[in-house]
Design a protein around this ligand. Structure first.
Ligand SMILES: C[S@@+](CC[C@H](N)C(=O)[O-])C[C@H]1O[C@@H](n2cnc3c(N)ncnc32)[C@H](O)[C@@H]1O
Length: 606
C-alpha cells in the first residue's frame, strides 16, 4: 500500500506510547434537577478540558476497545488564525507540543506537516479506544482530506475504510473557482467484518394488498370499518366488482367515498395478500403491525380505483454516500446562538448531522466519543437521540480551549436543563426580479417597503438582494423557553502526571488512580469497580487465575516478605505482587508461583 511521508513523521509514529499518563480530576457534576454540584454524577457522560492527546491516553484504562462510535471534527487547517475555534496548527499549545516531540526540525515544518504530526498519534489512540465493531466518522474538507485518507488507511487499514461521505451543504462560500458547497465525512472502522450494513434514510414501500385469486390464495371476506381512507373523489360509488386480474367483490354495504373516507363499514371479498396484518391494523394495535420481514405497516387504504393498498416502512435501506438536505453549517451557527445566546464560532456542526451519523452505528447503551468537541454539538446530538429512542448512550467530549467550560459544557447544561432564547424569524414579504420593467416601477417597491416598515407588524424590514432579485424581508423578534431534555454529566480537568520527571510515582496522585493504572497496565481491562468487602487491602483484582497485589504506601518503603505473605488468605494459581523491595529468594517465589515486581521500575507504561 502506498504510504504518505512528511517531515517529522518518524518522530510521531510511536509517540502515543510516550505520552505521559495524567489522571482526570473531577471539577463538578451537573444534572437536570440540582444543576451544578461538587459530587460526581457517575452518569458516564464526561466533558474533559485538556489536550486530547493526553485526555485520550487517560481514557485508555477505562475505555480501551469500548467506544462504539467516534465522531471528530478536527481543525481543517485552513490557515485562518483569527477564528474563535482553534483551527490551525500554529496554536501556541500545539506549537509547544511539536517543539517537544519533533524537536528543532519542527520549526521548518509546513502547515501540512504540522497538521499530520498533530493528527497521527491522536488517531492511533482513537483506534485503541474504538471497539472491534465500532465506527469512526471524521469531518474534513479539501485542505487536508487527501492527507487524512492516507494516514487513516495506515492506521485503520485500507480494508476497513467504509466510505467517503459527502455532506451537501446546500449553500456555499466562494472558494477559488467554485462555490464550495460540500464537506466530507470519512468513515472507517476497526474490523469491517464486524460492522453490519447501515440502516438509515427515510423509505417507504407502497403496493397493492391484493393477490390473484387461486386455489393457493382463495378469496375471503373482510369488513373495513367506517372512516377507512378511500382516495376517490367525493360521491364515487363502486358496485359489483372492480379491478383487473386481482378482483375485489362487494358483499355488504356501500363502497362510497365521502370526503376521502368510507362513510360506513363495508364488507369486500378478494384474494387478500396481508390478511393477518389487515386484522391487526384495523382491529388490533395499529402502531405495532409488522409484515413477515419485520417491516412496519403504516397504513391500509383504498386508492382512487378502490384497490386496497398498503404503505410500509422499508426498514433495510443503506444510506446514500451523499447526505442531502440535513441542515448545514449556517443552521449549526443558528442552533448554537439559540442555545447559548451568542455565537462567536465559525461553522459549528448542526446537531442533526452528528445525530444522523451516531444513529447509523449505535445501539441504546453505546458510548460516543468526540475528542475535538468545540461547542459540544456531539453532546447535544447524543442527548437528543436518547430522548427520541429512549436510549441511554453516553458521551465523552474533549476540548482543549478554555471555552470547554464556558461554551462546550454550557451548551450541554442548557440542553439538559432548558433555556430561554431570544431569536429572530425572517419572512420574505415580496420579491422583485431585477429587470427594466421593475426598475421603472421602483416606486411600488419603495411604497411597499415604507408601508411594511411603518405599520408595526415587524421589528425590522430589510431590503436584500441575491444579485438576481430584490427581496423585502420582514424580521420579527421572538423569545421563549425551550424545555430541558434531562440528563447529567461530569466535568474534568486533566490533572497530575502519574510519574514525575524522575520516573518515580507522583506522590500527589491519589492512590486509587495509581492502582487503576497498574491494573490496566497488567490486564488491559478496566479496573473492577466492585470488590468484596473482606478483600485484602492491596489486592487489585483477579484475572485469568492470577491475583494482582499492589503493596504501595506513600509514607513507607514496602517489602514483600513472609510477614506480608501471611496476610494473604485468598488462594490462587499465580500471584503478581508489586512492592518497593523483596526479601524472598527466587527459588521460594518460584515454588509458590509468585512474580515479584518492583515499584516503580516494573510498572509498564502504555
Ligand atoms: C472544528 S472545531 C469542532 C467543532 C465542533 N464539531 C462543533 O460543532 O462545535 C475543532 C475543535 O477542536 C479543538 N481542538 C483542536 N486541537 C485540539 C486538541 N489537541 N485537543 C483538544 N481539542 C482540540 C479546537 O479548539 C476546536 O474547538
Amino acid at each position: 500500500m502506498p504510504t504518505l511521508h512528511w517531515i517529522g513523521k518518524e518522530k510521531v509514529v510511536n509517540h502515543h506510547q510516550d505520552v505521559p499518563y495524567r489522571v482526570l480530576e473531577h471539577q463538578y457534576g451537573f444534572d437536570a434537577e440540582q444543576g451544578e454540584r461538587t459530587e460526581p454524577t457517575e452518569s458516564g457522560n464526561k466533558i474533559i478540558h485538556g489536550d486530547n492527546l493526553e485526555a485520550l491516553k487517560s481514557l485508555l484504562p477505562g475505555y480501551e476497545g469500548k467506544i462504539k462510535c467516534i465522531y471528530i471534527d478536527p481543525p481543517y487547517n485552513t490557515g485562518e488564525e483569527g477564528w474563535a475555534y482553534n483551527d490551525n496548527v500554529n496554536h501556541p499549545k500545539i506549537k509547544k507540543w511539536l517543539g517537544e516531540v519533533v524537536g528543532k526540525e519542527g520549526d521548518d515544518l509546513s502547515r501540512h506537516d504540522k497538521w499530520l504530526c498533530m493528527m497521527y498519534p491522536r488517531l492511533q489512540l482513537l483506534f485503541k479506544l474504538l471497539s472491534d465493531d465500532g465506527v469512526i466518522f471524521i469531518s474534513i474538507d479539501d485542505y487536508e482530506s487527501h492527507h487524512l485518507i492516507s494516514i487513516a488507511n495506515e492506521i485503520f487499514g485500507i480494508k476497513n475504510k467504509i466510505a467517503t461521505v459527502v455532506w451537501d451543504l446546500g449553500t456555499g462560500t466562494q472558494a477559488g473557482h467554485f462555490v464550495r458547497s460540500h464537506e466530507y465525512v470519512l468513515v472507517y472502522c476497526k474490523n469491517k467484518n464486524l460492522v453490519p450494513n447501515f440502516k438509515g434514510g427515510a423509505g417507504e414501500i407502497k403496493h397493492s394488498a391484493l393477490k390473484k385469486i387461486s386455489k393457493k390464495n382463495p378469496k375471503s371476506d373482510f369488513t373495513f370499518p367506517k372512516g377507512t381512507r378511500f382516495d376517490a373523489d367525493s360521491g364515487t360509488k363502486l358496485d359489483g366488482s372492480w379491478g383487473g386480474s386481482e378482483k375485489t367483490f362487494l358483499k355488504h354495504g356501500e363502497m362510497i367515498s365521502e370526503d376521502g373516507e368510507l362513510p360506513d363499514k363495508v364488507t369486500l371479498e378478494a384474494g387478500w395478500a396481508m390478511k393477518s396484518q389487515m386484522k391487526e391494523w384495523f382491529y388490533g394495535n395499529k402502531n405495532e403491525t409488522y409484515d413477515t420481514k419485520g417491516q412496519k405497516l403504516l397504513e391500509f387504504y383504498f386508492n382512487s380505483s378502490g384497490v386496497l393498498t398498503y404503505r410500509k416502512e422499508k426498514s433495510v435501506i443503506n444510506p446514500p454516500t451523499v447526505i442531502r438536505k440535513l441542515a448545514n453549517t449556517k443552521s449549526g451557527s443558528k442552533e448554537l446562538e439559540g442555545i447559548i445566546g451568542e455565537n462567536n464560532f465559525d461553522f459549528p456542526k448542526p446537531h442533526e448531522l452528528i445525530k444522523y451519523l451516531i444513529k447509523l452505528v449505535t445501539s441504546k447503551n453505546d458510548i460516543v466519543l468526540d475528542s475535538f468537541a468545540g461547542t459540544g454539538t456531539t453532546g447535544q446530538a447524543v442527548q437528543q437521540l436518547n430522548k427520541e429512542d429512549g436510549g441511554n448512550r453516553n458521551f465523552i467530549l474533549v476540548e482543549m480551549e478554555d471555552y470547554a467550560d464556558s461554551v462546550t459544557s454550557e451548551r450541554v447544561k442548557r440542553v439538559i436543563k432548558g433555556y430561554h432564547f431570544n431569536g429572530k424569524v425572517k419572512k420574505a414579504l415580496k420579491s422583485y426580479k431585477i429587470n427594466i420593467t421593475n426598475l421603472k416601477n421602483a416606486n411600488d417597491l419603495v411604497d411597499f417597503y415604507e408601508e411594511k416598515r411603518t405599520n408595526g407588524e415587524y421589528n425590522e424590514v430589510n431590503i436584500e438582494s441575491d444579485g438576481e432579485k430584490i427581496n423585502i424581508v420582514g424580521v420579527k423578534k421572538v423569545s421563549g423557553k425551550v424545555n430541558g431534555i434531562g440528563g447529567s454529566f461530569d466535568f474534568y480537568q486533566l490533572g497530575q502526571p502519574l510519574f514525575d520527571e524522575n520516573k518515580l510515582l507522583n506522590e500527589d496522585v491519589e492512590e486509587s488512580r495509581i492502582r487503576e493504572y497498574v491494573w490496566y497496565s497488567e490486564t488491559k481491562t478496566a479496573f473492577p469497580k466492585e470488590r468484596a468487602e473482606d478483600a485484602h487491602k492491596h489486592l487489585l483484582g483477579t484475572k485469568d487465575e492470577t491475583d494482582y497485589y499492589f503493596f504501595y504506601e506513600k509514607e513507607i518503603i514496602t517489602t514483600l516478605n513472609h510477614e506480608f505473605l501471611a496476610t494473604i488468605k485468598q488462594k490462587s494459581d499465580q500471584y503478581v505482587i508489586y512492592a518497593d523491595n523483596c526479601l524472598l529468594s527466587k527459588e521460594f517465589l518460584q515454588s509458590r508461583n509468585i512474580i515479584f515486581k518492583k515499584i516503580p521500575r516494573d510498572i509498564s507504561r502504555f
